[in-house]
Design a protein around this ligand. Structure first.
Ligand SMILES: *Cc1c(COP(=O)(O)O)cnc(C)c1O
Length: 423
């Protein structure tokens, strides 16, 4: 499409946008009596208006039925999580039996590593990206130590080349090949939280399998953002949080995916709890764990009905909007942002905004990370003053994510306009 850097053009795109009305499903923070322009859905997604209604239903059942709410009422809590696996499987591209909604992200990462990182003296390395999210780094380090290995030797980080910000797939593949005989697990994020680079999950998984190991992914910045086909790509396991692009609230319940070849294997190693046990015998309270032959077999505890209600409110919106439509708008909206930034750079002769995120559409999601070579903090403060919520990272990086469900082309144009005015 031929874009134009004008408010009239942005408004025309909004008018033609079939998803434009979905922004009315969300609650926006206010600035001088108006909705903020919210660009930090990569950190905490906005609250759907329906979240309160869904949580209220659980509260009502709890007050009216108490313990009976497990089996009666609006949404018997006993089966609540089961009903969400289908819509969630559409978001991450897998079979319903391959997802489970439980715990929080770092907890799930550890649980997945318990199952999939079982090092031996010969194979003990984890191949991952350099500068992974800190919680993931701590999880890798502590898992490695727990098994008696030295993180300096066991955690193999793949770095960008000198002068580059993002990883080349060929370098990831070379690292996997180089360490093939000593590797126990390949574990990357789906999208790097800092650069916004979307890794090639399918190719990385193939390379891991060729090296004889499993590939897992932390999809915190990918779930609800980019198109995922976890099953088709043969990904072994993944986990994600739901408070970023999945709008399920601060500290919301998380998700995990386990490929069916492992999920259906009742003897696959794991840490077990009673909610992963065969439903027919769970309440007989007997000895010997009998795993549910699906991802649910990894569930430990009684599912958190209040958090599931918030998750449902969000997944309902994804279902209604249609995941393909969301991806189509995300691509167009992010392309428009890249166009505006490039336009500003051209007008300023020298490149004042260095885009860290890959320019190739296949290698990015919503997020654009910008290194500001000029007036970075001044621009950021001006954005805040205008009611635009973005993310500032020292020394000079602004990260924004135009989210297709609640951001507009006009939001993107306004963002660019403020930067232009300051430059
Ligand atoms: C947001 C994020 C986390 C946060 O983990 P919690 O356990 O939910 O606090 C972890 N890893 C990545 C890659 C993230 O982006």
């Amino acid at each position: 499409m031929n874009f134009e850097n004008s408010i009239a053009f942005a408004r025309r795109l909004d008018k033609e946008d079939a998803l434009n009305n979905f922004r009315n499903r969300f609650l926006f923070p206010q600035h001088n009596g108006k909705d903020c322009i919210y660009f930090t859905g990569n950190s905490l997604g906005l609250q759907p208006k329906n979240t309160l209604t869904e949580i209220q239903k659980v509260l009502d059942d709890w007050s009216a039925l108490a313990v009976e709410g497990h089996f009666k009422g609006n949404r018997p809590w006993m089966h609540f999580h089961d009903r969400l696996t289908k819509p969630l499987s559409n978001v991450v591209g897998c079979l319903p039996g391959e997802v489970v909604i439980m715990n929080s992200l770092t907890v799930n990462l550890h649980l997945m590593m318990v199952s999939f990182y079982r090092p031996t003296q010969q194979r003990y390395k984890i191949i991952c990206e350099a500068k992974a999210f800190p919680s993931d780094q701590y999880a890798f380090e502590s898992q490695v130590r727990f098994h008696g290995f030295d993180p300096d030797k066991a955690v193999i980080e793949v770095h960008p080349r000198n002068g580059e910000h993002t990883l080349r797939t060929e370098d990831i593949l070379a690292a996997i090949e180089e360490h093939a005989n000593e590797t126990a697990l390949v574990l990357f994020s789906g999208i790097n939280y800092y650069t916004g680079q979307y890794f090639d999950l399918k190719t990385i998984t193939q390379a891991a399998h060729k090296a004889g190991v499993c590939a897992g992914f932390d999809l915190a910045h990918a779930a609800g953002n980019v198109e995922l086909k976890l099953h088709e790509w043969n990904v072994d396991f993944a986990c994600w949080c739901t408070y970023k692009y999945l709008n399920s609230g601060p500290g919301a319940v998380s998700g995990a995916y386990i490929h069916e070849r492992f999920a259906t294997d009742k003897n696959f190693p794991r840490f077990a709890g009673w909610w992963g046990n065969n439903k027919q015998t769970r309440f007989k309270m007997e000895k010997e764990f009998d795993a549910i032959p699906s991802a649910e077999g990894w569930q430990l505890s009684t599912p958190p009905a209040l958090l599931l209600a918030a998750h449902k409110a969000s997944l309902d919106i994804f279902e209604e909007a249609g995941i393909e439509n969301i991806h189509a708008k995300r691509k167009a909206l992010t392309a428009y942002l890249h166009f505006i930034l490039n336009d500003i750079n051209q007008k300023n002769k020298e490149s004042t905004i260095e885009i860290l995120t890959p320019s190739n559409e296949e290698e990015r999601g919503c997020q654009v990370s910008m290194f500001m070579h000029k007036n970075g903090k001044e621009i950021f403060d001006a954005l805040t003053e205008e009611g635009i919520i973005a993310d500032w990272r020292e020394p000079n990086v602004i990260r924004i994510a135009p989210v297709p469900l609640y951001n507009t082309y006009e939001d993107v144009w306004r963002f660019g306009n403020i930067i232009e005015n300051i430059l």
